[in-house]
Design a protein around this ligand. Sequence first.
Ligand SMILES: [Fe+2]
Length: 187
Amino acid sequence: MTIADLVQRMSNAAAAADPQAAVRSEMERLKGDLDGLGRMLSYLPGVGGNANQAFFRAPNLSLLKVNFPNGRRTPPHNHGTWANILLLSGSEKNTLYRRSADETLSRDREVVLTPGDIVTIPADMAHVAECLGDEPAIGLHVYGTNVLGVARLMWDPETLRALPLDWRQYEPLAQRASAMAAAPLAG
Ligand SMILES: [Fe+2]
């Protein structure tokens, strides 16, 4: 498989009646060669924000390689659309949050991913992702819109106040989230 093949397969899935489910099915097929997929994406660092992580963007689809190094935790954020994550290597904990009408978060559930595991995040939810263990958590992230062309939210990890996602403001929040003992509202 080449990058072009991956883009074609995901583009076809994104055109399905239920794109999130179709992308999940494609991810299930990719699980047979996680190492090959990881090698194919090795030209991307996967760090430094979505602009550096995205290797394909269309109005209805973004493909990203995301690398969370040891100790890294995101602030709560949404994606402005549905999101699916296929973990390629390492271990990653996702904490999913429900959002009320005033953007107050309540914890929904935790999902620990090991290689080959998939988490599907509905458009109306938010999440925190964090690396577990010493090895970087590297995943293929697929979103149902142009990730750099959509209004998104991030939440202060300590006050849980909702803010527009602004990449200039994101990194200090990520550093504070990473310094916390656990994800916000952890059970
Ligand atoms: Fe995310």
